[in-house]
Design a protein around this ligand. Structure first.
Ligand SMILES: *Cc1c(COP(=O)(O)O)cnc(C)c1O
Length: 485
């Protein structure tokens, strides 16, 4: 870089900075109109205002040193106590707040690994056993902590195959995992059966309730059937549950809970030899954001059980209506029997990604899933009002997808796709992806229609190509835009 226009030599005007930021926000996806799923959880403006105030009050405080900020220690320990009450814990249950589901999962995996090494210092090539539907945070944990993930299939109902799970456990297994519910299809694994097997073999069992932990207890209380998934199941030794999802807290807040203090001890880190002093750190990060901790405590106290029940009721009633309406439509259906407010839409007759494209063109942001191909919906309080518009638009999208002359459109889509991807693909992969590429298309926007891309990516035999393609994409993404843009 020959010029340096990013870091201003003189500070800029406060109003100009804020105006620029507001302007940039205009171009972001507008989650307030309820057309975006799973990235934002909203319980309305009243909660949002409270979160802002609570967050701002403790924005500068640091949860790394609970001695310096007893307020944060109180918030954290009480949030953990509230979560433990909701999730079948008792006086022995312990835990910590983390900055998110991934950090909670990293901690549970790390604790289980250290626990295994403590019991068997000769342990070689440790593994964790998890259903294919478990969140990639577990694979990330394996990537970071040198473990091998052993993925087991799910059955036709998208719940873990218990027999396959049992077979996958070996003398190297340090942790078993189930989800409540799994993210892709929103179904709860057979936790009780799985945890029983793990318990018999004296292996810790983690329940990933990141997305369900602050929803399922209320769903059950409302009278919906919810199978046992928490500490009420004897073999369950740890649970992750995200506050920044269905607890509607500010981002950067989750909990990891342990059945007892012995296991959690292996989560902690202490370094005693540092010239800077003895350094104890409970979780992955060093500095811990006081704002997120405080905001979580605030919203839980503000809503209380009755508030969460009221919200969960509205979300569940809307979800059930949507699932019934989608199942009544031709050519699309909801996969499996979702246990709460997360579900996936598939099609046997149409290209579901093309339906996703039509939804994108109408302003809906839905995740594309694979194996099987489907679209993902996470319903939260922010979606209750707009659900009829969603159903009407889905109906329209299905009609359009039905009319698509696919062979004709796909050429057009491929051209758009080539424009979008050519920038980010390595030559080698690019030529493999697009055999009929003519010339080098320049720049261009991310294509709105991505069905062809997902189709192609899904059918690439070599997953290593996909990985390197995505790595290149990430490399490009995390580079600053040129100033003239
Ligand atoms: C969201 C989620 C995670 C990861 O949480 P982050 O807060 O995104 O790190 C893990 N598991 C499940 C089931 C999730 O839905």
């Amino acid at each position: 870089m020959s010029h340096k226009p990013y870091f201003p030599s003189e500070g800029r005007d406060r109003e100009a900075i804020l105006a620029q930021m507001r302007e940039l926000k205009e171009k972001d996806m507008n989650w307030r109109d309820g057309r975006i799923f799973s990235l934002v959880f909203s319980a309305g403006d009243e909660v949002l205002e409270l979160l802002k105030e609570a967050h701002a009050l403790f924005m500068s405080e640091n949860g790394l040193n609970p001695g310096a900020f007893p307020s944060l220690r109180k918030f954290e320990t009480e949030v953990i106590a509230m979560a433990a009450e909701l999730l079948g814990g008792n006086a022995s249950t312990v835990g910590n707040m983390t900055t998110g589901g991934t950090e909670s999962i990293l901690m549970a995996v790390k604790a289980a690994r250290e626990y295994a090494y403590a019991r068997n210092p000769q342990l070689k090539d440790p593994e964790i056993v998890l259903p294919v539907t478990a969140h990639p945070a577990f694979d990330k944990a394996c990537h970071y902590f040198q473990l091998t993930p052993i993925h087991v299939p799910v059955k036709d109902d998208f719940r873990a195959d218990v027999a396959a799970f049992k077979r996958a456990i070996s003398s190297r297994t340090v942790l078993c995992v189930g989800s409540a519910p799994s993210y892709p299809q929103g179904v709860i694994d057979p936790i009780a059966e799985m945890a029983d097997i793990a318990r018999e073999k004296e292996i810790p069992f983690h329940v990933d309730a990141c997305v369900g932990g602050f929803m399922l207890p209320f769903v059950r209380k409302l009278g919906y059937p919810v199978r046992d998934f928490d500490f009420s199941v004897p073999g369950v030794t740890s649970i992750s549950a995200d506050l920044h999802k269905y607890a509607y807290a500010a981002k950067g807040a989750s909990v990891v809970l342990y059945r007892d203090a012995e296991l959690r001890r292996h989560q902690f880190f202490v370094y005693t030899e540092w010239p800077g002093g003895i350094y104890p750190s409970p979780t992955m990060v060093g500095t811990r954001p006081g704002g997120s901790i405080a905001a979580a405590w605030a919203v839980m106290n503000f809503l209380g059980e009755s508030g969460y029940l009221r919200i969960a009721k509205a979300v569940m009633e809307t979800t059930r209506k949507m699932i019934a309406a989608i199942d009544a439509m031709e050519d699309v259906y909801v996969l499996g029997q979702p246990d709460m407010s997360i579900f996936a839409i598939g099609s046997e007759t149409l290209d579901i990604y093309a339906i996703g494209d039509e939804m994108s063109l109408m302003g809906w942001h839905m995740d594309r899933q694979q194996n099987p191909a489907c679209l993902h919906v996470t319903m939260n309080y922010g979606h209750v009002e707009g659900h009829e518009r969603f159903l009407a638009d889905l109906e329209t999208a299905v009609k359009k997808a039905r009319k698509l002359n696919w062979s004709k459109v796909s050429t057009k889509v491929t051209v758009g796709l080539v424009k979008g991807l050519s920038k980010v693909l390595p030559e080698k992969v690019f030529s493999k992806l697009v055999s009929s590429g003519s010339g080098t298309p320049k720049g261009g926007q991310t294509p709105k229609r991505t069905a062809a891309m997902y189709g192609m990516i899904g059918s690439l035999p070599n997953r290593g190509d996909v990985e390197s393609m995505v790595l290149d994409f990430m490399d490009q993404t995390y580079r600053v835009d040129s100033p003239e843009k």
